[in-house]
Design a protein around this ligand. Sequence first.
Ligand code: ATP
Ligand code: MG
Length: 259
Amino acid sequence: MARILAITNQKGGVGKTTSAVNLAASLAGLGRRVLLIDLDPQGNATTASGIDKQNLERTVYHVLLRTATAAEVRLRSPTGGYDLLPANRDLAGAEVELVQEKEREFRLGLGLKAAAGEYDFLLIDCPPALNLLTVNALTCADAVIIPMQCEYFAIEGLADLVNTIKKIKSRLNPGLVIDGVVRVMFDNRNTLAQNVSDQLKAHFGAKVFDTVVPRNVRLAEAPSHGLAALQYDRTSKGAQSYLQMARELIDKQEASGNG
Ligand code: ATP
Ligand code: MG
C-alpha cells in the first residue's frame, strides 16, 4: 500500500525540498515507485527534479482546483527516476481560490486517490507556512517528516508545528503520525548543535531518524543542475546519507506491514 509522507516545517530554508528530492531519488534508486508532489509555489522541487517550471501547462494547482487529474498533470523526472506533480507560481493563487470551495482541506488527498495505488511512496514537499496548502498535505498524509536544523530557535518552532499536527490529527486526519524528525545540515563540531540534538532525542525518542544529514556542498550544488545528489555525486556524504534515510523509511514501512 502506498505511504503518503508530508515533508514539512513552517520555518523557511531548513532543508524540506532537499530532503524531499533526495529521498524521492533514493527511494527510486532502491527500486521503489515514487511520486513527488511539489506543493510550494516556489517550485524548487520541480526545478531540482530537472523540470522547467516556467512553461508548464498544468501543475498541482489544477489538481487542487479539480481542472485536471493527477494522472494528467504528472511528469516523469528526466533525472530522478520518479514521477512529479510539478508546481510554479500559479499555486500561490490556490489558497485564495480554495477558501470558497467545498472540502477545501481535502482537495489534495481527493486528487491523489486514483493514482496513489501506482506508487509505494508519495512524498509531499510543503511550503514554509502552516497554510491551507500545508493543511491539505497533512489531511492526506499517513505520516509527517520534519527536517530540522539543530539551532536554538528550531526547538521553539517545532512546538508550533507539533500543535498544528495534533489539531489536524484530532479534527481531520486521526491516522496521522509523526514518522520522524530528521537532523539536517548537521555540523558535529558545533556544541550547540549537539545540545539541540540531545534535546530532540530526549523529547522525540525513537521518532528521531538515526540518519543525520551533514552539511554537504554537493546537496546545495545538485539542484542547479536539475539533479538529486545521488545523480550528481553518488559517493558524496549528502547523497549517501539520504540513501541511508531512505532505507530507514523502507524498514519502517515493512515493519508496519505495508512492505
Ligand atoms: P523553503 O522553506 O524556502 O522551501 P526548504 O526548507 O525547502 O526551504 P531547502 O531549499 O531544501 O530548504 O534548503 C535551503 C538551502 O540550504 C538550499 O540552498 C539548499 O541547497 C541548502 N541545503 C539544504 N540541505 C543542505 C545540506 N545538508 N548541506 C548543505 N546545504 C544544504
Ligand atoms: Mg522548499
